[in-house]
Design a protein around this ligand. Sequence first.
Ligand SMILES: Cc1ncc(COP(=O)(O)O)c(C=O)c1O
Length: 402
Amino acid sequence: MDWTPVLARRMGRMKASEIRELLKLLDQPDILSFAGGIPDPTLFPKAEFAEAMAEAMSGPGAGQALQYSVSEGYGPLRQWLSRHMGTLGVPCAAENIVITSGSQQALDYLGKLFITPGDTALVGWPTYLGALGAFNACEPRYARLDPWGNADAATLQAEAEAAGGRVKMAYVSPDFANPTGETLDAAGRMRLLDMAESLGIAVIEDGAYQALRYDGAQVPPMLATDVARCGGIDAARVIYCGSFSKTLAPGLRVGWVCAAKPVIERLVLLKQAADLHSPTLNQIAVDHVARRLFDAHVAGLRTVYGARRDRMLVALAREMPDGVTWTKPEGGMFVWLNLPDGVDAAALLAESLKSERVAFVPGSAFFADGSGRNTLRLSFSCATEAQIDEGMARLARLLRGA
Ligand SMILES: Cc1ncc(COP(=O)(O)O)c(C=O)c1O
């Protein structure tokens, strides 16, 4: 069968990148990998989930736990999340929450909600690879989002119209972004909100790492600032995507969107069409565990990941040759390196697989236009302090030879 003639046009935008192919080779045991951006499985609250699952499956509630349920999500969890969003400065009701299968599903739905092929999405340069993957299915045009350097709204809109659509949304991960680890300060968030208001567009705020702050003062979510400015969540243009993946466990696939009711109602329609609802048992278990230990558990994660972040920054300062610079993240899981001009991080990774056996993600994967070839992403979330020391020494050796 020749599949090409029958594939939808959108599949043209959904190709496995060269880099993903390279990353498949990283599972070998002698490779020191800083490539994956995943939480450390030794830190999952396993006993608490075992207890929560056992409780959900015993007694009269077991039938409900295995039954179909509503697309909006498990009521008690939506209640808990509306209070959680309240603690972040976002007064809202359970009706402002929809549960999704991870925040990745929210990104998929939001692409479908806003993008007609040819419309423009404003994204960071670089930005989260998975957001580009989710939006690509809707065939957007991308333009660079830079709160400090963007052209005025009229120019952005004129360029989008010349390209056959209009600017529909801005996507931003303001806390400890994947891939750079950087945080957008309060003034930057305000500028971005002003720009979105002038353009009349939605802002998708990705809060995947929001809870993992290791130092510095918390900056309120953009949704909190928006709600304070516009008088209430149902008038807000910011759509907040949250996730339990980095705080409790990613395998359960439980995330949420907090937004104005007109947005939530439409996301519920998309969810009905896509998968009816997220797994009932997983939502019940997450509700159970979050109520009992969310804050205490996250405090423990901050201590462990914060120490790994510190170790990586110290090792980079000790080992890296001149001409290499890197970010100093206040939270999250990533450090972003800028290499001297002309060094190609993808070629460096291929070389590393042969010689130093240290792995990272070449940065160009995170740029909508494939630029940024002299950048790379390191994750410190799963490495021991000894592995970080050894890994940074190997990476520095590799770079000195580049
Ligand atoms: C910035 C960002 N957003 C969203 C996600 C998706 O996470 P999940 O679907 O597990 O909530 C990730 C995962 O790595 C991420 O880094």
